[in-house]
Design a protein around this ligand. Sequence first.
Ligand SMILES: Nc1ncnc2c1ncn2[C@@H]1O[C@H](COP(=O)(O)OP(=O)(O)OP(=O)(O)O)[C@@H](O)[C@H]1O
Length: 495
Amino acid sequence: MSPTPFTRGRATDMAPVPVRTRSVRVSLAIVVGVWIIRRLVGVMITIARTPLLLAATVVIIGLAVLWSRFGLLPSSLASLLIIGALVGWWLRSPATFTRTVGDRARSLGRWLWTYRRYWQPAMVTANLAQHRDGSEQLPELLGVASTRSVDRVRVRLLPGQTLDDWAEMAHRLAQTFAIDSCRVHSTTDVQVIEIWALRRDPLTDTVAPVETAGMDLGGLEVGRAEDGEPFRLGLLGHHVLVVGATGSGKGSVIWSTLTQLAPGLVDDSVRLWVIDPKGGMELAPGQALFDRFAHGASTIDADGVGLWEESFAELLEDAVAVMRDRQDRLRGRTRLHRPTPGDPLLVIIIDELASLTAYVSDRGVRKRIDAALSLLLSQGRAAGVSMVAAVQDPRKDTIPVRDLFPTRICLRVTEPEHVTLTLGAGMRAKGAHAERIRHDLPGVGFVQVDGLPEPTRVRFAHITDDDISHLVTKITNRASAAGGQRLQAIESAAA
Ligand SMILES: Nc1ncnc2c1ncn2[C@@H]1O[C@H](COP(=O)(O)OP(=O)(O)OP(=O)(O)O)[C@@H](O)[C@H]1O
């Protein structure tokens, strides 16, 4: 007889040979003694594994020995000396003190009093514990690294668990550990994840622009991530799409990127071609830095076609020509163009991409723009042509080339659907609720880089009008000091 759906499968014995063991009587003293010894060994292992605890234990034992041998006065003096040294360190170098002592002490405290203490009930109530053969299996708490605002909790998953299981439970964990919010991140080890538990949101404070002497196109420091660390945006070999409702701070993504490109603008290893279809309102203050600037003119030609649309198409087609020329030159020599002074990275900046893809009135011009955009986005990265484009509406009929941007940034949006369209399916479940970003937090958003499993929440640096004029003056002065071709390019752009 064939098995029914309920009788299919193989039955396994609970044990290879069923054995009935006799119960053994053990005295209470032995049970308590073993329990104490196990605890003591656990404490010693913890001390040995934790440098801060080890140092504190050594100091305390040292002071106790001093006291027992030489009395109270020498040990009190030694204690004062140690406290004085710590205070002196904190005053001289608060950053290193915080990193070495403050954060470690905080991590230890959070590990002991919050996570280790409530780990079992938290796992059970969030359905993240497993029950097998009558025993309870808990995911292993590997460690906690805390800063002033966030606890990064490393956890080894139980067999069969995935990052998504934890992402689904993130809000429950936040509630259980009494923290603002929780996000789950993968690590290089597939069995280990990191929970970022936010105790205080470091992104409520405006982020100031960072002045850089050098430029790292693989990671421009454009803002701050939610763990309080600098956030770096890769531009070399990338195109970046910024999506956000009006007033969400798209301008700050563009300007913080431009600020970081300053060294390259001075030594001519970066050139900017800019399209600002909103009449140049957003980007004109930086015009002196752009090699080309198409911003729309108020004129139309004899056929009623806006000349600005022509100028957008021309700029993009010229960029395609630069790309083709590079491809011819680099073929067989390298697979990725490395920008150098005189052979720069060409960065194309477009402030409102929908004006080029959806709102162009002339069909011929629109076709030209579509063709050039698709070519640049699909082939430009390797040839040293990168694009940074901003748009309010990420829907496919507005931005058909959306998926060709490997890096996508979702600032505050009006609809949950916009998050999925921008960052990809499943990203809201991983905590990217960009539709919930508060109106008073412009420049806050989620960044998704192709190949990385979850988005990063960041705040981009706020660049004021004064910062922009300071930047323009600085770059033109430096370029003037450097002399040569680059200055001519800047001067002719400014003219
Ligand atoms: N990172 C930021 N930090 C603090 N304030 C910011 C930040 N970015 C933008 N702002 C402020 O928020 C307001 C809106 O910014 P912005 O013009 O860049 O938005 P936008 O998304 O480009 O809007 P639109 O689509 O209407 O042009 C401005 O007053 C700006 O000063």
